[in-house]
Write a protein that binds this ligand. Structure first.
Ligand code: G3I
Ligand code: 9MR
Length: 571
């Protein structure tokens, strides 16, 4: 092969690499929230250099130094192996655009300070759920340049394996949100996702009644956030069998190609009913029956009846775990969830909140609260949130549990060299959602106590997601200075648009490496012992760079709550 051919091959290989790899290069040498801060918020930057001078914060309009801050002593952050120093410049509380300097050299991205700094992010993170709608076209009037045709009508869905149902058995199960980067619809993952968004509405109803998402239902009397969630609730209701049990998921038998929804024409199927799915369903429909009552009384009644029927089914079928049928490879939402005690507790709290029936309180009292931030496989803490707000003896136990975990997370944050609410066990598949959920625990504690230490630590959770991390990147598509360009998200890959759909939180770093295949496209991005660095901005990395409804929901909550708190609202 002559030189010219060799050069051509080298150029092509480089281009291919660049086409699918985001190469994140840090900003000016420090890491901080790339969107900025509310005026009264906690403000921290993390720096890796060794200079001893003070950090100067300069107003970029006047070029004057408005504040100086000392850098802490260097400490090693165990999750990245970096030696870092931090500077707290929370005294900067005047709206404006600033930057940090050290010894006359600029060391930070722009630092935007104003009380509306998270509005667009919150709106985009919530609007993303509209982009995840199945069974409908997304016209440009609502979807802008990410408009697309309808996919997956799901009006004739079969059962899998087919041998377990009569021939030609089908159900109609339209609507609902695609789970993530794939086109599956999963009840278990809908549970915590819907809860989290509805919890934000319950905490800031007045602000959210006025918040438009520019969706087809925006002209109705029902708040847009509730109209968007309704798209998934309507689907969830179609997944309940006549006996009250709920099918675990609706997907194709195998994951589809990375194309647009309207091109994915493979047979769609539902699979076995499970206890976890049925209890997630019961909890969510009970919660929805309370929230939608002022807007749609008939739906509220239907939701509550379905929830009670689902709970009854679960009492007769207490441990039916999902088992992936032979030949199927789509998402499972199990293993990882081998008990239904947490779902039973959560469903009972929501049914108690909706009905005040003693039979549900008796179940709640029979299952202990546990102190783990919630995720799809452990929803015990969602029961803690619900009961903490209800009053009574059980509520006291819930509040104690909530504050116990919040104190641990806040103390971890204060001791962390990065001043982050991040623990070793958070570095799992979907680590960014674990950090976001830590932030939600902290905000619930802030609401209960008004102790600003919880608010400050919650701010650091959002800071981490938006740039205060060793990769010096914002993990949200389109929001920040260095953001994911190649998320594992079929519509973003399949459309002819360079920019990925905006407002999506990618899963984030962890050492699992489940997407690394020998000689595969997803070359080895792992850095052993440094989980905070194990991430690659490449479509191949579904273990670090996919997006999911249970990851965006806590971002919606965290960015929305901090936005409304910045505006002076309080639950
Ligand atoms: O529960 C164990 C824990 O005990 C253990 O210490 C830990 C470390 O090994 O693993 C934990 O199990 C993990 C489980 O998530 C719970 O965190 C599994 O290893 C891990 O493989 C599993 O990953 C899940 C992944 O699907 C694969 O099943 C993710 O949580 C889940 O978010 C992801 O969900 C997928 C859907 O199936 C399909 N749609 C896309 C979506 C996002 O990638
Ligand atoms: O796209 C799928 C993603 O949603 C899942 O989280 C992931 C793990 O279950 O699987 C992805 O699908 C891949 C499959 O697992 C293996 N062949 C390549 C598929 C596309 O990346």
């Amino acid at each position: 092969m002559n030189f010219t051919s060799l050069l051509l091959v080298a150029i092509m290989v480089t281009a291919a690499f660049a086409q699918n790899h985001g190469t994140q290069i840090g900003g000016f040498g420090s890491n901080l929230n790339q969107l900025g801060f509310g005026e009264k918020a906690k403000k921290v930057l993390v720096y890796k250099g060794i200079e001893t001078a003070d950090v100067e914060i300069r107003d970029l309009t006047t070029e004057k130094t408005v504040l100086t801050a000392k850098l802490s002593d260097a400490e090693v952050w165990e999750f990245s192996g970096e030696s870092v120093r931090k500077a707290d410049f929370s005294g900067l509380n005047k709206a404006g655009v600033y930057a940090a300097y050290l010894g006359g050299r600029r060391i930070s991205d722009n630092i935007v300070v104003n009380n509306n700094v998270y509005k667009d992010l919150f709106e985009a993170s919530l609007k993303w759920f509209y982009y995840q709608r199945s069974s409908t076209a997304l016209p440009s009037q609502y979807a802008g340049k990410w408009a697309r045709a309808a996919g997956h009508p799901d009006t004739k869905v079969s059962f899998y394996p087919p041998s377990e149902k009569p021939e030609n058995w089908t159900i109609s199960s339209p609507k609902g949100w695609y789970d993530a980067g794939d086109y599956g619809k999963y009840i278990v993952n809908s549970g915590i996702s819907v809860f989290t968004i509805l919890e934000l509405y319950e905490h800031f109803p007045n602000a959210l009644k006025k918040f438009s998402l520019n969706i087809p239902e925006s002209k109705s009397k029902t708040p847009d956030i509730l109209e968007e969630v309704r798209w998934n609730l309507d689907w969830m209701l179609t997944m309940q069998d006549s006996d009250g049990g709920v099918y675990h998921k609706l997907t194709t038998v195998r994951f589809s190609g990375h194309d647009m929804p309207e091109t994915d024409l493979a047979e769609r199927v539902v699979v076995m009913k499970t206890t976890a799915a049925t209890l997630n369903f019961a909890a969510i429909l009970a919660q929805a029956s309370r929230i939608y009552k002022p807007f749609d009384a008939a739906f509220s009644q239907k939701a509550l009846a379905a929830a009670e029927k689902a709970f009854d089914w679960s009492r007769k079928n207490p441990v039916i775990l999902f088992k992936q049928p032979d030949g199927m490879n789509t998402g499972q939402y199990n293993p990882g969830d081998e008990t239904a005690k947490d779902e039973t507790l959560w469903a009972a709290t929501e049914l108690y909140a909706a009905t005040k029936k003693k039979e549900y309180l008796d179940v709640v009292s029979s299952i202990p609260f546990t102190s783990n931030s919630p995720w799809w496989g452990d929803v015990n803490f969602l029961a803690v949130y619900r009961m903490a707000g209800l009053g009574g003896t059980v509520s006291k136990a819930a509040r104690d549990t909530l504050l116990g975990l919040a104190n641990f997370i806040a103390e971890t944050t204060e001791k962390s060299p990065y001043e982050l609410p991040v623990m070793k066990w958070n570095f799992v598949w979907g680590s960014n959602s674990a950090v976001a959920n830590n932030g939600i625990v902290l905000l619930h504690a802030y609401y209960l106590t008004k102790n600003v230490k919880y608010l400050n630590a919650a701010q650091r959770a959002l800071d981490y997601l938006l740039g205060a991390n060793p990769l010096s990147m914002s993990f949200v598509t389109g929001y920040g200075n260095r953001t994911p360009a190649f998320p594992h998200h079929r519509p973003s890959e399949g459309d002819e648009i360079t920019d990925p759909v905006p407002g999506m939180l990618v899963g984030g770093p962890h050492e699992g490496g489940q997407d690394i295949k020998p000689n595969g496209r997803c070359d080895d991005y792992l850095q052993k012992g440094k989980p905070a660095l194990c991430y690659v901005d490449d479509v191949c990395s579904y273990a670090t760079n996919e997006v999911a409804i249970n990851w965006n929901a806590p971002l919606v909550y965290l960015s929305g709550a901090l936005h409304f708190l910045n505006l002076g609202e309080f639950p």
